[in-house]
Design a protein around this ligand. Structure first.
Ligand SMILES: Cc1cc2nc3c(=O)[nH]c(=O)nc-3n(C[C@H](O)[C@H](O)[C@H](O)COP(=O)(O)OP(=O)(O)OC[C@H]3O[C@@H](n4cnc5c(N)ncnc54)[C@H](O)[C@@H]3O)c2cc1C
Length: 413
């Protein structure tokens, strides 16, 4: 009987456990998480912090779910080391759990700002349900907040401010939000959405240090220009530090994440990785890539489990990820790898509609749609097909993309 051990009960670990049980009805499956609760919907915790959603619908699995599938779940258990020669996982309580096949699905932890007082009371990071509960409490009792981190997670803090009636200052480096994927035209739509929610974007800013009161609670963020922004709490979302400390010394290949191939295999025998933590070989892109999104993490967990159970390279991970933002009156969707590629096309259609498509070697590799999401399935399909279309930007920028207008791909000889 095969012993499967999964470290992490986020969506990638949990989806792997579910698939393993389907693929190997007799195997022993152990899931270990250092959180105190089983899988919940990380995407929805922001709605809880906004005060719009109670706790119950955010939970996905209760402990019974694991029992019903004969999966051994260890809550509040931190893995401290892995002995790859002895094939044993060691927990903070010194328990030794043997494995035949191991899945690393431990994601990341929000990176702390390397500035004075960044660990002060009232400086919040956003990753767990517990974080969301505390952010909600802080926001309900606050008048003003400072936010730093001009990316997909930072904007959730802005939305919390908007929903909770907190006046927010969103301190950004550079001249716009998510400057790696959006031009001024696209970003301005997002800035206007923030302003309508009572959150003011502040450009060429950031945080140089936080000020605290006598109790050690944050009172202000000081930006590099010396400008002072008073705040009752601050939200920091400047990126993730991947949870790999327990793997140090094992020889696992890391490069800002765990390196895996398209089968989710690491360089170490019988050790796989899935979810945010991976830098995987993206078969559509033809190079290594990273996806910090729910759907991708779920699919990576499933594919890893299929290959673990088969003890073979049975299935390749091939996926176009998407990430949507629903805080504003207009929808927003990023798909694939909008910050990569060697060419792009973009157009503004109205005050709330904008599109950007990224290409690599003439093929679609990602994009951002604001306002009108209707082209998403066509663009994702073109990405999956790997069709060379960068020479036909005008067709792809039409409000409605008509594939019949695209020149046919050259016939294979
Ligand atoms: C506020 C917020 C909003 C988001 N919104 C969206 C969205 O709109 N759309 C979207 O696609 N994605 C969104 N995401 C991202 C998405 O939630 C993640 O990409 C996804 O949850 C990653 O899943 P994972 O299983 O790889 O990692 P995680 O969910 O991070 O799970 C890893 C688990 O491993 C545990 N762990 C870590 N180290 C150890 C250890 N040593 N021992 C035991 N356990 C350990 C962690 O505590 C954690 O429970 C959002 C994320 C956040 C925080």
């Amino acid at each position: 009987m095969t012993e499967y051990v999964i470290i992490g009960d986020g969506i990638s670990g949990s989806s792997a456990a579910e698939t393993l049980r389907e693929e190997d009805p007799d195997g022993n499956i152990t899931v270990i998480t250092d959180e105190g609760e089983p899988l919940y919907n990380r995407i929805l915790i922001k709605e809880h912090a906004k005060g719009k959603l109670p706790e119950a619908p955010i939970s996905i699995h209760d402990e019974q779910w694991y029992e019903d599938r004969d999966i051994d779940l260890s809550l509040s258990t931190h893995v401290t080391t892995v002995d790859v020669d002895g094939k044993v996982v060691v927990t903070h309580e010194g328990e030794q759990i043997p494995y035949d096949k191991l899945l690393v699905a431990t994601g990341g932890t929000p990176t702390q700002l390397p500035v004075a007082n960044s660990d002060a009371d009232g400086v919040r990071h956003f990753w767990t349900f517990e974080d969301a509960r505390r952010i909600r409490e802080a926001a309900e009792n606050a008048e003003q907040a400072a936010i730093v981190g001009a990316g997909l997670l930072g904007i959730d803090f802005a939305a919390v401010c908007g929903a909770q009636g907190v006046s927010g200052k969103y301190l950004m480096r550079g001249d716009r939000w998510w400057r790696y994927a959006l031009s001024e035209d696209g970003a301005e739509i997002m800035h206007e959405g923030m302003r309508e929610k009572g959150v003011e974007p502040v450009f060429d800013s950031g945080v140089d240090r936080f000020e605290v009161d006598d109790d050690g609670h944050v009172t202000a963020a000081i930006d590099p220009n010396g400008d002072r922004y008073e705040c009752d709490w601050a939200g920091v979302a400047i990126g993730l530090t991947f949870n790999t400390e327990y793997l140090h010394g094992t020889g696992i290949e890391e490069e800002n994440g765990i390196l895996v191939d398209e089968y989710m295999q690491t360089n170490l025998e019988d050790i796989y990785a899935a979810g945010d933590i991976t830098r995987f070989h993206d078969v559509l892109l033809g190079e290594r890539a990273q996806n910090g999104s729910w759907g991708s993490a779920k699919e990576q967990g499933r594919v890893a489990a299929v290959n673990m159970a088969a003890d073979d390279e049975a299935e390749v991970f091939e996926w176009v990820s998407s990430y949507s933002i629903t805080h504003f009156d207009f929808p927003f969707l990023s798909f694939g790898h909008p910050t990569l590629g060697d060419d792009h096309a973009e157009r503004k259609y109205s005050d709330t509609e904008w599109r950007r498509i990224a290409f690599k070697d003439g093929k679609v590799v990602g994009g951002v749609l604001i306002g009108d999401l209707s082209p998403q399935s066509t663009l994702k399909q073109l990405m999956r097909d790997g069709r060379v279309v960068a020479d036909q930007k005008e067709v792809l920028l039409q409000p409605e993309i008509d594939l019949d207008d695209l020149a046919s791909p050259p016939q294979e000889q």
